[in-house]
Design a protein around this ligand. Structure first.
Ligand SMILES: NC(=O)C1=CN([C@@H]2O[C@H](COP(=O)(O)OP(=O)(O)OC[C@H]3O[C@@H](n4cnc5c(N)ncnc54)[C@H](OP(=O)(O)O)[C@@H]3O)[C@@H](O)[C@H]2O)[C@@H](O)CC1
Ligand SMILES: Nc1ncnc2c1ncn2[C@@H]1O[C@H](COP(=O)(O)OP(=O)(O)O)[C@@H](O)[C@H]1O
Length: 488
């Protein structure tokens, strides 16, 4: 289960255990994990802070002291919580406080255990702590962080550049958003979770997605199915110079198994795209007949995607208005459609059907008029806020794509690889989202399924190929292997 710091505190409070019991359990679970995974170590140095994360460190030190040579360091003053103070009094190893002595001890340690800050950390490191942490990071020691790498925030994943870097981070009881954002911060190589035996609720605001949950939401075609069983999917995209974007939408829809696809595009790219794809029903349009061609389609489709490669599309502003006003199904807005919303995205509040926006970070930056680096450091919060304020599903794309729902549900995607960092892969995702929205009425689930599958197939596609050579046109074939393995 993934949970934020507030949820974790609520879980602790309702667990039936006292804070001291939880600290003892946490310290013991971490000490056991360290003993079994770092059994070859002799000297262990514990860096402890003044909060309960430091308290966990004192428990770990007491337990490991029977088998290892342990030294503890109080790097941020005396323990400040009752539980940490009690754990400290039971510690019998050497305790260092002087920064020079701590750095000297670090040079002789086989393993450094980082228990300075856990979920209680917020903001930036003090100058003193930055100096200590950067010296430690430069020593390239074996490091194990407890719960959260010190200097990083649990809920936002924001981190100080001098935050402790570890080989392993042991999450206590649940993964926190920080653990789900590894590709962004790269503060640890591996994360493991130890259980504290706290009962978990059935529902968390964080959705998790894997092969099993994907297939739980992916419908099977019955024997008596016909082409319209799941309804139609409509993609409106491409324009002169960007015909391929509509092609990628089509490949995306094929990847998720869409059985009736309307492909709507300007006249000038129709022959190019139609000669490449045989199964979509094409609806070419121009300046004069845009309404006549597009409007009827909007009433006879289960999902619409608009915007991929639409930079040079005639009447694109009018199409956006038409789609938002007339559609009676979920609408995915990608690329150019998002750019058209810059400065007037308040209109999203008046749309009755679910709207899914799929910006990458640059597009989101232009949309909300905030610098990219501000968004990068606060992606979860800003995505949730936007989704709630404008009642949309926001797919903020990146190495860990975030999906935020208007009601505060969140998904932090774990699948994918750098092979996806190429032009066209967002258009592919848009087609996959529209296709899965046609097959699954739960908008949040369908969108998260598409995001997960997109990343998963990229991983599959780079298993026997160079990551920078990922061929996006292979996605339907890669998906076919997956579905076949699951008995489809
Ligand atoms: N999950 C569980 O079930 C269990 C969790 N447990 C453990 O408790 C941990 C949470 O403990 P915690 O709440 O005491 O906070 P912790 O992370 O030790 O640090 C807070 C201290 O740091 C300070 N501080 C913050 N930011 C700072 C900054 N920028 N620069 C300088 N100082 C800063 C902050 O000060 P303040 O916020 O008051 O200003 C406070 O003094 C959790 O991660 C886990 O390890 C187990 O013991 C039991 C079971
Ligand atoms: N390093 C990466 N790891 C995993 N996924 C990535 C990475 N870089 C990009 N992606 C994914 O690739 C897609 C790129 O989309 P986008 O930038 O809109 O491309 P385009 O508009 O050119 O089609 C997104 O789904 C994003 O999450």
């Amino acid at each position: 289960m993934i949970i934020d710091s507030r949820g974790m505190r609520q879980l602790e409070a309702s667990s039936g255990f006292t804070n001291a019991q939880l600290m003892e359990t946490a310290g013991k679970a971490c000490a056991d994990w360290i003993s079994s995974h770092f059994s070859a170590c002799r000297n262990i140095l514990l860096l402890c802070g003044k909060g309960n994360n430091g308290g966990d460190g004192f428990v770990i030190g007491r337990i490991l002291g029977s088998a290892f040579h342990v030294t503890a360091a109080c790097v941020d003053g005396a323990p400040a919580t009752k539980e940490a103070q009690d754990a400290f009094t039971l510690l019998s190893c050497d305790v260092l406080q002087d920064p020079d002595a701590i750095l000297q001890a670090a040079q002789h340690t086989d393993l450094l255990v980082d228990c300075v800050y856990g979920v209680g950390f917020h903001g930036t490191l003090s100058a003193r702590m930055k100096k200590l942490f950067s010296s430690i990071n430069n020593m390239h020691l074996h490091v194990c962080s407890i719960d959260i790498n010190s200097g990083a925030e649990s809920d936002s994943g924001r981190y100080d550049p001098d935050a402790i870097r570890s080989d392993v981070t042991i999450a206590l009881d649940c993964y926190k958003p920080f653990h789900m954002l590894r590709k962004d911060h790269q503060l640890f190589k591996h994360a493991y979770m130890v259980s504290l035996g706290i009962p978990h609720p059935d529902h968390s605001a964080f959705l998790e997605m894997n092969e099993d949950s994907f297939f739980a939401g992916y419908p099977r075609k019955k024997e008596n199915a016909y082409k319209g069983t799941f309804g139609k999917t409509t993609v409106i995209g491409g324009s002169y110079g960007m015909a391929g974007a509509l092609g990628m939408n089509i490949i995306g829809a094929k990847t998720v198994g869409v059985s009736y696809l309307n492909a709507v595009c300007p006249h000038e790219i129709y022959p190019v795209v139609a000669s490449r794809f045989l199964t979509p029903v094409f609806h070419p349009f121009g300046d004069q007949d845009m309404y006549r061609v597009i409007e009827p389609l909007l009433y006879d489709t289960r999902a619409i995607a608009f915007g991929s490669g639409a930079v040079n599309m005639p009447k694109k502003e009018e199409i956006l208005d038409l789609v938002l006003q007339a559609a009676d199904c979920p609408v995915v807005l990608d690329a150019e459609a998002i750019r058209l919303l810059n400065h007037n995205y308040y209109i999203l509040r008046f749309v009755h059907e679910p709207v899914i926006l799929t910006p990458h970070i640059g597009e989101f930056s232009s949309l909300i008029n905030r610098p990219v680096d501000v968004i990068q450091h606060d992606r979860i919060h800003l995505a949730l806020q936007f989704a709630k304020d404008y009642k949309v599903f926001l797919v903020l794309k990146g190495p860990h794509t975030i999906v935020a729902s208007p009601t505060g549900d969140l998904y932090i995607n774990q699948s994918g690889c750098s092979g996806l960092a190429q032009a066209g892969s967002g258009d592919l995702l848009t087609g996959m989202i529209a296709g899965l929205l046609t097959m699954n009425n739960d908008v949040f689930q369908a969108v998260c399924m598409a995001v997960w599958l997109h990343g998963y197939l990229a991983e599959e596609g780079t298993k026997d190929h160079a990551a920078n050579m990922l061929d996006l046109s292979r996605f339907p074939a890669l998906a076919d292997s997956l579905y076949f393995r699951h008995g489809f």
